[in-house]
Design a protein around this ligand. Structure first.
Ligand SMILES: Cc1cc2nc3c(=O)[nH]c(=O)nc-3n(C[C@H](O)[C@H](O)[C@H](O)COP(=O)(O)OP(=O)(O)OC[C@H]3O[C@@H](n4cnc5c(N)ncnc54)[C@H](O)[C@@H]3O)c2cc1C
Length: 497
């Protein structure tokens, strides 16, 4: 069996399938495993270059338990408290506690009486949404009309999920305080989407984050990817890095193996692709009738947003700095307009002038050369790399100019580190595309923009018998927890070896 790509999706599928008795070979084009779960180190500073937040750790516990031993033996998970320190445009600080029960009180204290109750009411609705969707949608293969039927088995379930409603609409109904609506809007970006078009059911994202906690992996989140790779190898999988797959071979209407860039052919009756689904269908697979519908759905979907990242090696320490900090702008809608090229930026996506800035600064000796230094991962939402119709992130000077702009925004919002920068590495959507082969550097494959988006995502079982899709650009979606779920679904579809 061949697995294309050693991102978390491919690795988790490889570990599960090897544990089920299959002879698995993982083929990764990059020199190292992990995909978007990347790591950058220099001069004693170390940075996760992709994910910085682990949610739903139970899904990794399931993965490790199913492949030979507890998660806690493989990585050191730390629950964060506070989970996030927010600062709103009016200057209000809000430190969200790491445990759900403490949150309403913290909201009342920061935003005024009643804020906690309105958030709690929203979270109660989100809990109901989670109960209705977890099993029939997230944990099951996508099966077109059958999936809808499973979801719609009762009218009250449909009313709970309110598929016609947007996340923004839900926030407007439940949250009188505009700052809380901003907070809710941000969760649309966890799937790379626009809260004005993403479905209300994304309220389950803050629900699971607050209910099951925000977590860090000591030594960096990349250790999670490395641990899954070790687990796959322990179960007998072979992992080949620096090995790009050029073609998925189809013979007699079913999958027959893969051809590598150097011409080597690996025959296999099952191929699991963890590569970006859009690339798989556009470049790796031969065009054929059964795949036409998927290609059409992919072209109809909006790609998810990308990210512009600064890795800041800093002298000195910032007193009172939380692990995660989010600094909101005045006009959040302007950000989504710019990123997706809609509204006032219709047809012309562009870097966000006054973006929300996210800082992840783990207080972890493994990330810094000494105790008088910090390593910051700074992320702002960005349009994907699209030289033909949008932003060309390789345009001379753009990345450096925009990096300076982000540092200036940080300074205006109270975190001025401009005279503490030892060095700064800039990673644009074009870098992300080059390193992980995700189309335009989209972080989560297609976005959840639009009520039907979740059903337009490529299914885990492709129309080509023997070819399966795993990872963030296929069902059930992006982000580490859903990627782990997609591997579980694929292992269930393939079955024992
Ligand atoms: C900046 C950033 C921040 C993020 N923050 C978070 C976060 O805080 N929490 C969270 O849960 N998620 C976060 N995510 C999302 C998360 O990283 C992804 O959803 C997840 O890592 C995707 O895993 P994957 O295996 O599906 O894809 P990838 O990690 O992209 O893996 C695909 C792999 O396939 C390889 N490949 C592609 N084509 C070929 C080919 N032809 N031949 C061989 N190999 C190939 C690629 O090199 C890559 O290694 C973030 C992502 C980014 C980029």
């Amino acid at each position: 069996m061949a697995v294309v790509g050693a991102g978390l999706g491919g690795l988790a599928a490889a570990a599960r399938l090897a544990a089920l008795g299959h002879a698995v070979t993982v083929l990764e084009q990059a020199p190292q495993v992990g995909g978007k779960l990347g790591w950058y180190a220099r001069d004693g500073h170390g940075f996760d270059t992709g994910p910085s937040l682990v949610t739903l750790p139970q899904l990794y516990r399931d993965l490790f338990a199913a492949t030979g031993g507890p998660l806690e033996d493989a990585v050191d998970l730390v629950r964060l408290d506070p989970a996030v320190a927010y600062r709103f445009a009016d200057g209000t600080p809000l430190s969200v506690p790491g445990g759900a029960t403490a949150i309403p009180g913290a909201l009342d204290a920061a935003l005024g009486a009643g804020a906690g109750a309105s958030w709690a009411a929203l979270m109660a609705r989100a809990a109901a949404m989670w109960r209705v969707t977890e099993q029939p949608f997230l944990r099951s293969p996508l099966a077109g009309g059958a999936t809808l039927a499973r979801l719609a088995r009762s009218g009250s379930d449909v009313a709970t999920v309110a598929p016609w409603r947007t996340l923004r609409g839900l926030g407007t109904a439940y949250l009188p305080d505009p700052r809380l609506r901003t907070l809710l809007d941000r969760y649309a970006t966890y799937s790379g989407s626009d809260p004005r078009r993403a479905p209300a059911v994304l309220a389950t994202v803050p629900y699971v984050e607050q209910r099951f906690g925000s977590w860090y992996v000591r030594g960096g989140l990349r250790r999670l990817g490395e641990a899954v790779a070790v687990r796959a190898v322990e179960r007998g999988a072979v992992v080949r890095t620096g090995t790009p797959v050029e073609r998925v071979l189809v013979e007699g209407g079913r999958v027959a193996g893969v051809r590598l860039a150097d011409g080597e052919v690996l025959r296999a009756d099952v191929v699991v692709s963890g590569a970006d689904a859009a690339t798989l269908y556009a470049d790796l697979l031969p065009a054929s009738r059964p795949t036409r519908r998927v290609r059409r759905d992919l072209t109809r979907s909006t790609p998810s947003l990308s990210g512009f990242v600064l890795l800041l090696a800093l002298r000195g320490r910032t007193p009172g700095l939380a692990h995660h900090t989010v600094l909101f702008p005045d006009d959040y809608d302007a950000e989504f307009d710019a990123v997706f090229g809609v509204g006032r930026h219709r047809g012309a996506p562009q870097p966000v002038a006054d973006p929300t800035v996210y800082v992840s600064a783990p207080d972890d000796p493994a990330t810094r050369p000494d105790d008088d230094s910090e390593s910051w991962f700074v992320l702002v939402n960005a349009p994907r790399h699209d030289p033909a119709g949008g932003v060309d992130w390789n345009a001379p000077g753009l990345a450096d100019r925009y990096a300076q702009q982000v540092l200036d925004v940080l300074a205006r919002r109270g975190l001025d580190v401009r005279d503490r920068v030892r060095w700064c590495v800039v990673r644009t959507p074009a870098d992300l595309e080059r390193d992980t082969r995700s189309v335009g550097g989209s972080i989560y494959g297609t976005s959840s923009n639009g009520a039907r988006a979740a059903f337009l995502r490529p299914a885990n079982a492709s129309p080509v018998p023997g070819l399966f899709l795993v990872g963030g650009s296929s069902h059930p979606g992006g982000g580490l927890p859903l990627v782990a779920l997609s591997a579980e679904i694929v292992a269930g579809l393939v079955g024992p070896g």
